[in-house]
Design a protein around this ligand. Structure first.
Ligand code: PLP
Length: 394
């Protein structure tokens, strides 16, 4: 028998990759303690306020009787109906609010619990590399075998499904995707989603699609739901979030939609872990989805102006990148001679700009850094000036 030691973490924690974000956070604090002004373009954390009509709805909902009691596991009916109507208006997708939608405590909660509902120990789960780290860690936590699908610039950051070996596809039960994509800013097309659905049917895979950034797009670029393509509802579950669209990251509300059986299995996991979202927050979510949407247009205008400021600075610095069509990130190639880590340090030391090193999102992220533009324009202008000066310095 294995010798017991006190307070030893579980094996699944020991298997977690090193957390590179903690290192740069420590470095930032060290510099700030020395009085260096840092421009934090590392975290993708919406900085703008939640629209007031949504906050007002929360206040009103707090006056209702019984909000203190346990909420429903799947989400209150009004919220699920509002989500269904929103999907129909936005994507032309019809959903049954009784069986094809559940509320989530933020979409991160849903995405991270999903593998537990769909895979067993030893099953292969395909995931994008680079990715939002929970895509990978949630597969580890479910004891399945993560298999990375590299997202390369030359494929517009879409995985090449044809390159997945047959025996891997045959051993896989899950494929996870996220478009618009954090961190590469890649966007999906209907053709790509059709290919994913075909692949999933051929190999009997569950498709998990994270659609958190569908509303953060520029120049009118259309970001589709996978459920728009024929047959997707036979195989897919999609996760949406109110965090980005309505500046509600701290509220913790999102929802999962799609195949009724798949939504049901996720519900079963969740009923054994949590008891759903605080009722008044769901009512505020109804207001967000059904109320005045002019704030969302304004949000896109703000992000687009910010994007353009940062794009200007990055161009002057002579850096290589693709102007994003969606998300609030820019995925930038590090200059020759640098790694993601060394360039992150270099930027911090020379300009006080903090970015996220690409390798923190997976092996294929090496050679890139991610700039987030969830900071006010003045700060981005300052960052752009520092970047331009960097070039002159050489
Ligand atoms: C921000 C983000 C989300 C949203 O998470 P919430 O838990 O809904 O706040 C989901 N997926 C990705 C890839 C993100 O970057």
């Amino acid at each position: 028998m294995k010798k017991k030691t006190q307070f030893e973490p579980a094996q699944r924690l020991k298997e977690l990759p090193p957390y590179v974000f903690a290192e740069i956070e420590a470095k930032k604090q060290e510099l700030e303690a020395k009085g260096v002004a840092i421009i934090d373009l590392g975290r993708g954390d919406p900085d703008l306020p939640t629209p007031p009509h949504i906050v007002q709805r929360l206040k009103e909902a707090l006056k209702a009787p019984d909000f203190n009691r346990y909420p429903s596991y799947v989400g209150i009916t009004e919220f699920r109906r509002a989500a269904a109507r929103w999907y129909h208006r936005r994507f032309g997708v019809s959903l049954d609010p009784e069986t094809e939608i559940i509320s989530l405590i933020g979409s991160k909660e849903g995405v991270s619990h999903a593998p537990m509902a769909y895979v067993d120990q030893g099953d292969i789960a395909l995931f994008p590399d680079p990715c939002f780290p929970i895509f990978y860690t949630s597969i580890l936590f479910a004891k399945a075998r993560p298999y990375p699908m590299p997202l390369l610039e030359e494929n517009a950051y879409l995985p090449d499904l044809g390159k997945i070996p047959k025996e891997v596809a045959e051993g896989a039960k899950l494929i996870s995707l996220n478009y618009p994509h954090n961190p590469t800013t890649g966007v999906a097309t209907h053709d790509f989603f059709r290919e994913v659905v075909r692949f999933a049917k051929q190999y009997h895979l569950v498709v998990l699609h994270d659609l958190a950034y569908s509303e953060i797009y520029f120049d009118g670029h259309y970001c589709p739901s996978i459920l728009e393509v024929d047959g997707a509802k036979d195989v897919a579950v999609e996760f949406h979030s109110l965090s980005k669209t309505y500046n509600m990251a701290g509220w913790r509300i999102g929802f999962a939609v799609g195949n009724a059986e798949l939504v049901g299995y996720l519900t079963l996991v969740k009923t054994n872990i949590d008891v759903g979202v605080f009722g008044p927050i769901q009512m505020a979510g109804v207001e967000a989805l059904e109320g005045d949407q002019s704030g969302v247009d304004e949000l896109r205008r703000i992000y687009q102006r910010r994007r353009d400021i940062l794009v200007g600075g990055l161009r002057e610095a002579g850096l290589e990148f693709k102007v994003p069509q969606a998300t609030f990130y820019i995925w930038v190639r590090v200059p020759p001679g640098h790694t993601s880590a060394s360039y992150t340090d270099y930027l911090l030391d020379k300009t006080g700009i903090m970015v996220t090193p690409g390798h923190g999102f997976g092996k294929t992220g090496e050679g890139y850094v991610r700039f987030a533009f969830t900071s006010p324009e003045e700060q981005l202008q300052e960052a752009a000036r520092s970047l331009a000066a960097l070039k002159k310095e050489g």
